[in-house]
Design a protein. Structure first.
Length: 262
């Protein structure tokens, strides 16, 4: 099994600096892998008591059955993971406030490539590191998958995001979350986080909400933030090349538009 290496954060200790509202209903922070999972999770953690945060395991389909307690009503938790759409997850989340975080597939290809080529990810991609393939070849593998090692971009987005659309799950865009994090003093940011936290069951926006968001969104607290990735021997561009953009559109026609990217 692949292994992810990330430094621990200190948010549980920092959480004690704030008065918390207790959850009355479980919340699940779902996301497509490499779509800003830590950013959403760490922000929400600053508004929830530590004893209501489910730290036992990062919830994915293979470990769902041993983590059903995360979704129970008797002790509501906020939990997180990458949970694809299927019968068992749909049943498990039937009484849970469910958010799904997505990202522009163009940027997702770059983020996935950076992560797989870093020392933070160890396992099935190690043979591609240290410049053994070109950047363009790596980007194409992120789009079309790697036989017997990594699924295609279309498969990941279809099962982890698109299939949840039209259900009670609320779809969030990483770009919108990041925009409001960067502009916390705006009225738009206040409205955004008020709505986001309300959906999570936190009806009253605390007076110190901006400070909490700043603390939770501190990139030093995210072990997989871009600048915290180690060992990258090749430079991944900031923008997906035009050819690869066209390949994304061929590999998953209409998907960007369906997710709201134009």
């Amino acid at each position: 099994m692949p292994r992810v290496i990330a430094k621990p954060d200190t948010l549980n200790e920092l959480n004690k600096n704030y008065v918390q509202q207790r959850l009355e209903q479980p919340v699940f922070l779902n996301s497509v892998p490499k779509c800003g999972t830590h950013l959403m999770r760490n922000i929400i953690r600053m508004f929830v008591p530590v004893d209501q945060q489910y730290h036992k395991e990062f919830i994915q389909f293979p470990v769902l059955k041993r983590n059903l307690a995360a979704f129970g009503k008797s002790h509501p938790y906020v939990s997180w993971g990458h949970l694809l759409f299927s019968d068992e997850p749909a049943i498990a989340l039937r009484s849970v406030r469910h958010l799904v975080l997505v990202r522009d597939p163009y940027d997702w290809v770059l983020a996935r490539a950076r992560f797989f080529l870093s020392d933070n990810f160890q396992g099935s991609m190690d043979h591609l590191k240290d410049g053994k393939v070109s950047v363009e070849e790596m980007l194409n593998m992120m789009i079309f998958g790697i036989y017997d090692k990594a699924p295609t971009m279309q498969e990941i987005f279809l099962h982890n995001a698109v299939a949840w659309m039209g259900t009670k799950a609320r779809i969030l865009k990483f770009e919108e979350l990041l925009q409001h994090v960067k502009n916390l003093d705006s009225e738009a940011a206040e409205g955004y986080f008020s709505g986001l936290l309300s959906y999570c069951g936190i009806e009253e926006l605390p007076q110190d909400w901006r400070e909490r968001v700043r603390v939770g969104s501190d990139r030093e607290q995210s072990g997989t933030a871009r600048e915290n990735l180690e060992g990258l021997a090749v430079e991944i561009p900031d923008e997906l090349p035009d050819t690869q953009k066209r390949l994304v559109n061929v590999a998953a026609p209409g998907m960007r538009e369906l997710l709201g990217y134009y």
